[in-house]
Design a protein around this ligand. Structure first.
Ligand code: NAP
Length: 251
């Protein structure tokens, strides 16, 4: 079908850049109405403009998804604007890379709050509105660090492993509503989150040497996977996690 997601409304967090922006452009091109969320309205507007150029309808909402009050307010605003969300993509995320002994409690909490608690807050707000539609998709951005790890990733790995458990449990809760819940576990992708690593020749080489395909992932490669997972054809996939990692976890 030309527009497999026509008639669907997708709320995507962290849509201002990186993987979130790429998924927004791909879902918009596939016909979904876009509800784009991050803390940076001007950047979000750029994503929305790019999506509209490709023929999509796109709306932007500012929210810090790690904050309970802001997610409640987002729920109110999105609902008041008449958007009936049936695709929720929990993509916003951060990484703090350091040894466990170097972490402050605030840094630890910021990773947990953004990568894990925010997903709970968004699901608590939007799942009740997704029920009763006979169709729903929740995609959670997990990570290869939900499956394996490397030094300096305690908080990130803990948050993403927790998110994988959350994904499985929520899939069971929502199966009777025909709302599927799936994780997407990217390996290293060329986004702002990894700019510092990519710009350090030694670290860049270290990463590439660990990726069997020998390169960083390209953001467009996530977009089409998300479109498939939101399609009717992916309706039997739930409570599971798709690795898109250039072979990292196969080793
Ligand atoms: N890139 C990779 O290699 C990779 C690998 C595995 C998993 N992932 C996961 O994929 C997701 C996207 O990563 P990315 O590489 O695209 O990262 P990125 O380029 O750094 O973008 C992160 C996005 O999250 C948003 N965000 C962060 N904190 C937020 C908050 N408190 N409230 C609202 N939005 C917030 C940012 O928006 P604003 O700054 O505009 O608020 C931005 O849009 C993350 O969950 C990440 O952990 C990435």
């Amino acid at each position: 079908m030309d527009k497999p997601l026509a008639g669907r409304t997708a709320l995507i967090t962290g849509a201002s850049k990186g993987l979130g922006k790429a998924m927004a452009l791909a879902l918009g091109a596939a016909g979904a109405r876009l509800v784009l969320v991050s803390r940076d309205l001007p950047q979000l507007e750029q994503t929305a403009a790019a999506a509209r150029e490709r023929g999509a309808e796109a709306h932007v909402f500012r929210a810090d998804v790690s904050r309970e009050d802001e997610v409640r307010e987002l729920e109110k605003q999105v609902t008041a604007a008449g958007h009936r969300v049936n695709i929720l993509i929990n993509n916003a995320g951060i990484n703090v890379r350091k040894q466990v002994t170097e972490f402050t409690l605030d840094e630890w909490r910021s990773v947990m709050d953004t990568n894990l608690t925010a997903v709970f807050l968004l699901c608590r707000s939007f799942v009740p509105r997704m029920k009763g539609q006979g169709y729903g998709r929740i995609l959670n951005m997990t990570s290869i660090m939900s499956h394996v790890s490397i030094p300096g990733r305690t908080a990130y790995s803990a948050s993403k492993s927790g998110l994988l458990g959350f994904t499985r449990a929520l899939a069971l809760e929502l199966a009777s509503e025909n709302i599927t819940v799936v994780g997407i576990s990217p390996g290293p992708f060329a986004t702002e989150m990894n700019t510092a690593l990519m710009q350090n020749p030694e670290l860049n080489q270290q990463f590439i040497s660990r990726i069997p395909l020998g390169r960083w992932g390209r953001v467009e490669e996530i977009g089409q996977l998300a479109v498939y997972l939101c399609s009717e054809e992916a309706g039997f996939l739930t409570g599971t996690d798709i690795l898109i990692d250039g072979g990292w976890c196969a080793q």
